[in-house]
Design a protein around this ligand. Structure first.
Ligand code: GUN
Length: 283
């Protein structure tokens, strides 16, 4: 039999269609939603991600303002650019692509973004609001995971959800979102002993460890929903997730592929956040 494959690419197209309708309604009132994308340096993977986000903006009728800054840009110059975007009325969302060059402190750069335009949901204000159950703009990867669970009909309330990974942009916010939906949540990480014993208890398993195929079939409860956040580039150039897909697919109840799973949904949620920000700023 095997798991139901949650097609993130198809679901993301659907989300973008819905966002396009919302963008048109805003545009009819004179507010064309706009996203500013700031890319510092020339990290090739970041350039790919930024292109995907800008393509999705075009599809959804969101204007993009593209800023490619050299790797030699100083932190002060970048902060000045963010200040200008914060006060630009055509810009409803600001996205500073990570990683930043080593001479910059990502944490202070990100905190400079106006929380009303923080479409990545990375500012302390956004993360604090999420902690208190009042999301302003929520981080896109975990909110994409939650929408996949919801639209695939995976029950969450009362279930045991296990999150592997404790980053501020995926693991921790994913755990908070699952808790908000009344799951019982366990967060595991690189120092967790007996990981498989814990993951085998999971009705929902979110894997965001960044380790290729680390989740093997014996770590998965039969019938569980397995959401793979990992995007690992292998030596042959192919992408692979954190989940040993073929073996786990035979055992799980639901599974997300890589590529074509969480990745496109993350992009779609960026657009959804731009529309939400524009609707609030236009109100
Ligand atoms: N780099 C890797 N993932 C992300 C993301 O979700 N947002 C930003 N801004 N940079 C990233």
């Amino acid at each position: 039999m095997g798991a139901i494959v949650i097609d993130g690419a198809a679901m993301a197209r659907q989300v973008l269609c819905e966002q396009k309708d919302a963008a048109q309604r805003l545009a009819a009132r004179g507010f064309v939603p706009g996203l500013a994308v700031v890319l510092v340096g020339d990290d090739p993977a970041s350039a790919v991600y930024v292109r995907a986000k800008e393509r999705a903006c075009r599809e959804a009728g969101v204007s993009t303002f593209d800023y490619r800054l050299p790797a030699t840009t100083t932190e002060t110059e970048l902060l000045q650019k963010i200040d200008a975007l914060n006060s630009d009325s055509q810009v409803h969302g600001i996205l500073v692509q990570l990683p930043l060059p080593a001479h910059m402190k990502a944490v202070s750069v990100l905190q400079r973004i106006d929380p009303a335009k923080d479409v990545d949901g990375f500012t302390w204000r956004s993360l604090g609001a999420l902690l208190d159950g009042h999301a302003l703009l929520a981080p896109c990867t975990p909110s994409g995971c939650m929408l996949m669970l919801e639209r695939a009909g995976v029950p969450v309330a009362g279930k045991h959800a296990v999150v592997i990974g404790r980053s501020s942009i995926v693991g921790k916010p994913a755990a908070l979102m699952l808790l908000e939906r009344n799951a019982t949540v366990t967060i595991c990480h690189s120092r967790t002993p007996e990981l498989a014993t814990i993951t085998r208890e999971a009705d929902i398993l979110i894997c965001a460890a960044g380790k290729p195929r680390m989740v093997t079939a014996d770590m998965v409860k039969p019938g569980a929903a397995v959401i793979d956040v990992g995007i690992n580039r292998m030596p042959d150039g192919k992408l692979c997730g954190d989940v040993d897909y073929d073996a786990v697919q035979a055992r799980a109840g639901w599974i997300t592929p890589v590529p074509g799973g969480v990745g496109p949904m993350t992009v779609a949620m960026v657009i959804a956040n731009v529309i939400t920000a524009a609707e609030r700023l236009a109100a």
